[in-house]
Design a protein around this ligand. Structure first.
Ligand SMILES: Nc1ncnc2c1ncn2[C@@H]1O[C@H](COP(=O)(O)OP(=O)(O)OP(=O)(O)O)[C@@H](O)[C@H]1O
Length: 294
């Protein structure tokens, strides 16, 4: 694995007139990583990605992709596969014609039918784009990332509008790209997908990072939660809990296993059923929710 980062962003600033959309943002994406750029609405993710993709000029700071300026389109562009939220394929073209155009535009080598097979559109290869369902269009968008197995793949909300089976298929294809060495940059509002798949996460808020790190690094700062209900009013809970409703309790803890063990032992000793018991570590959702309180 190369030690030169695939993406290097240093002190990036982006301004729209007087509005400062991205402020002194610095991060890097290493070869082979799946890096998720997440954030609140208007945080600056799209602006940042557009700069990395070579579509937007930085107001100040530097952005390098494969050690080069991403606006060097001839050398950098063929090495990147970009799955946008809307690829804008012509509605009159068939799936196969659209995929062939990806090859022409990106100047990457591949076989259109192979790509159509990977994205699960073989039965629709001769169908016009205008006649595809929303999910099928999304699969066609994904072809832009798959074609020619690019070294760097951008996936912008890749699973929006896909049913669960299609999501699993897409992630399986992403896994295959990664096995072949592709580096992946992901944006998504499905936080559980980022939680499961990202090696590292940059969580943006108001133009800068609120947090950056592995899922573990992001979530370990917040307590885990145990919630349960009790059928009768009982005194002497073995752990500190807050009441969230009639007979409902919530425990916030930095020692999930220990407190859960105490609680289960106590319930057993007292012959009590803990209703709707849920226990789990902090999730990325909780880190997001903590942003507004920061
Ligand atoms: N062309 C533009 N002119 C003026 N302001 C803009 C322009 N494009 C984006 N902005 C502003 O810059 C900020 C960052 O926008 P950006 O689209 O990068 O955010 P985002 O993180 O992708 O948001 P979302 O999750 O809502 O899509 C927003 O406040 C947005 O209103």
């Amino acid at each position: 694995m190369s030690t030169t980062p695939v993406i290097e962003v240093r002190q990036l600033n982006l301004k729209y007139g007087d509005f400062h959309a991205v402020k002194d943002l610095s991060f890097e994406v290493r070869s082979g990583e799946l890096y998720a750029l997440l954030g609140t609405n208007g945080a600056g993710k799209t602006s940042t990605l557009e700069t990395i993709e070579g579509h937007r000029q930085a107001t100040s700071g530097t952005v390098k992709v494969f050690g080069q300026d991403p606006r060097e389109r001839k050398t950098v562009r063929p090495r990147m596969g970009i799955m946008l939220q809307e690829s804008g394929f012509s509605p009159d073209l068939t799936v196969r014609e659209s995929v062939q155009i990806i090859g022409t535009l990106t100047r990457r080598e591949d076989n259109a039918d192979r790509v159509i097979d990977v994205v699960g559109l073989t039965r629709k290869a001769g169908t016009k784009v205008s006649q595809l369902s929303g999910g099928e269009k999304r699969r066609l968008d994904f072809a832009t990332a798959v074609y020619g197995t690019p070294e760097l793949v951008f996936l912008d909300e890749p699973t929006t509008g896909l049913d669960i089976q299609s999501r699993d298929d897409l992630w399986e294809s992403v896994d295959r790209l990664r096995e072949q060495g592709s580096t992946v940059v992901l944006t998504t509002h499905y936080l559980e997908e980022a939680q499961q798949r990202a090696d590292r996460i940059g969580l943006m808020h108001r133009g800068t990072f609120y947090r950056e790190g592995t899922v573990h690094e992001l979530t370990q700062t917040l307590p885990a939660v145990i919630s349960f209900g009790l059928p009768v009013l009982v005194a002497g809970l073995p752990v500190q809990a807050t009441q969230t409703g009639e007979g409902k309790y919530r425990v916030q803890t930095q020692q999930l296993q220990k407190d859960l063990h105490l609680l289960l032992g106590w319930a057993h000793d007292n012959g009590l059923d803990l209703l709707e018991l849920e226990a789990g570590p902090t999730r990325l959702d909780d880190v997001f929710r903590s942003i507004d309180k920061a």
